[in-house]
Design a protein around this ligand. Structure first.
Ligand SMILES: [Mg+2]
Length: 203
């Protein structure tokens, strides 16, 4: 970390502001999929194997779930799967929210940069915290590309209106942080410590 207070922040969602899904949520998704309860690990693997093109906006909801489940869902089932999926990725960490409110009060531009499929991007945009805290939100599905593609970061950087050297990038994935550093940003690899985030931002 450079010892220089940043002038803007680019923040990942899931694993930073967003809480990871609980085991109960994965179990609920397994039940919603219609799979036996002891198949949750297989469902997780199938979910992640199919996820990248969905995050990148390259395939539809129906295509994602058809690939993940190995069978095409009915329209009603698709609605249920989409709702269960969104519910897994929209809970926030109050400690991080509190830090971000202080950052906002300090006047720093905040930009969200999230790998998220279209339905999740829409759901995140509908939240009160998104409207109150963030100047802009950049989502992979709308860009057509995911972190750690440098082009995704360029969009977020442009939204900050700040030179990369004055931007703090925060993400729970090391590969995403590495790309941010290659682009000249300071990167904080977030491991769940909101105090560390507050210190990095001097709030
Ligand atoms: Mg993350």
């Amino acid at each position: 970390m450079k010892h220089l207070t940043p002038s803007a922040v680019v923040l990942d969602f899931n694993g930073v502001l967003g809480l990871q899904p609980t085991d109960a949520m994965w179990a609920n998704l397994t039940a919603t999929a219609g799979w036996p309860a002891d198949q949750t690990d297989y469902l997780k693997a199938a979910f992640w194997n199919a996820r990248d093109p969905y995050d990148a906006g390259a395939i539809t909801d129906r295509e994602f779930w058809t690939t993940a489940l190995g069978a095409e869902p009915t329209p009603r089932h698709l609605d249920e799967l989409r709702a269960a999926d969104i519910a897994m990725w929209t809970r926030t960490d109050d400690r991080v929210l509190d830090v971000l409110h202080r950052v906002r009060e300090a006047g720093l531009p905040l930009v969200l940069l999230s790998n998220a499929p279209h339905p999740l991007a829409d759901a995140l945009d509908d939240t009160v915290w998104r409207r109150n805290l963030f100047n802009e939100a950049v989502y992979s599905a709308r860009l057509g590309l995911c972190k750690p593609d440098p082009a995704a970061y360029q969009q977020a950087l442009a939204a900050t209106g700040t030179a990369p050297e004055r931007v703090l990038f925060v993400d729970d994935r090391l590969d995403n942080c590495a790309t941010a550093r290659e682009l000249g940003m300071t990167a904080l690899h977030f491991t769940g410590d909101a105090t560390e985030l507050a210190t990095a931002l001097s709030v």
